[in-house]
Write a protein of this length. Structure first.
Length: 340
């Protein structure tokens, strides 16, 4: 072998060894901020982590943190304390007009899961007008307050038409104890818990937003505008994993509940409640014509704009504020979500 050939062989071996020794690129560490205590519709985060969907996308979710409301979840994602979050999308729109700039990536609840709720045996609700004069438990901040004002406005009323009793979370306890006549609540969160305490299924009167004129999106997954600008590749990979997990949750709800409990052992024994929360979403909030045509989690521009108009009309958004986006479907489109 010539000297030149020997030298070439040595170089090839050296390059090969360097390649073998080179470490794999590190996964991106990510924190997820939830809006509240863990619920059924948070399952996608736990499934994506437990089943390796995040890992496959080069993402290491270091924490899925419980929250104290959508307002705080939005603030923490916007300021970089967390990279992705989950919360009420009406509240996201309101926050954008106040300088808290996040963008919705997936609308999990195509119909709002928020509803006005009463104990049927005490104060039955057959229509929104039945709320007139009732003592309503109000937490004067966050998603339930935004919803209450919009719900009343859409039905020709205002806060002046009800008696307000300021309550602190968990405010549904005030309803159980009879201290208030009605409360705003989530049919995929508080309602299954309330039914257990008030006589089981059928014990409550429930006026869901979508059935009474308020056609807005519910909760969804979001990130900050800064994240989209600085690292769109990470956003895409996160949406890829989340979207895959969404399809898995739809197909395997029992495994979704198991993943929640595995990550949150304090929920051991609450599997039935978590399953009922997910079932409420499957039956009442997650599916629409848009999810059939475009995939789970879709946000349609006109509906988004109508939601802004509703919130501005009832006063949650200042009259001088201009609509400024707030959702981006290019990441979901590229992730090819399940159509259902």
């Amino acid at each position: 072998m010539s000297r030149l050939s020997k030298l070439f062989s040595v170089l090839l071996v050296s390059v090969s060894l360097l390649g073998a020794a080179a470490p794999a690129s590190a996964a991106d560490d990510v924190i997820v901020q939830l809006d509240w205590v863990v619920r059924g519709n948070h399952a996608m985060f736990f499934v994506a982590r437990d089943k390796g969907m995040f890992a496959k996308q080069g993402i290491n979710v270091t924490a899925i943190r419980k929250g104290t409301g959508s307002v705080d979840a939005l603030r923490m994602v916007a300021n970089g304390s967390a990279q992705f979050g989950f919360g009420d999308l009406s509240t996201l729109l309101v926050a954008r007009t106040q300088g808290v700039s996040n963008t919705a990536l997936v609308a999990v609840n195509q119909k709002s899961p928020l509803a006005m709720v009463s104990v049927k045996a005490r104060k039955p609700l057959n229509s929104a007008k039945d709320l007139k004069g009732m003592n309503v438990g109000v937490h004067p901040a966050g998603s339930t307050y935004v919803f209450l004002k919009a719900f009343l406005s859409k039905n020709g009323m205002s806060l002046a038409d009800i008696k307000q009793s300021t309550v602190a979370p968990p405010y549904e306890n005030y309803l159980v104890m009879g201290r208030v006549d009605a409360v705003p609540g989530y049919i995929d969160a508080e309602v299954p818990l309330l039914e257990e305490k008030t006589g089981g299924p059928g014990s409550l009167s429930i006026l869901q937003a979508a059935d009474h004129g308020l056609n807005v999106y519910g909760s969804g997954m979001f990130t900050s505008d800064k994240m989209i600008a600085a690292n769109p590749q990470l956003v895409q990979r996160f949406v890829n994993a989340y979207t895959e997990a969404f399809g898995y949750v739809v197909a395997h709800p029992d495994e979704a509940v198991a993943a929640i409990v595995k990550a949150n052992p304090e929920y051991k024994g609450q599997e039935k409640i978590l399953a009922e929360q997910l079932d409420a979403d499957f039956k009442h909030t997650m599916y629409s014509g848009d999810t059939a045509a475009n995939g789970m989690g879709w946000i349609e521009g006109k509906r988004w704009g109508d939601m802004f108009d509703v919130l501005q009309k009832e006063g949650s958004i200042d009259a001088s504020a201009k609509a400024s986006g707030g959702f981006d479907m290019k990441f979901l489109t590229a992730a090819k979500p399940l159509r259902k």
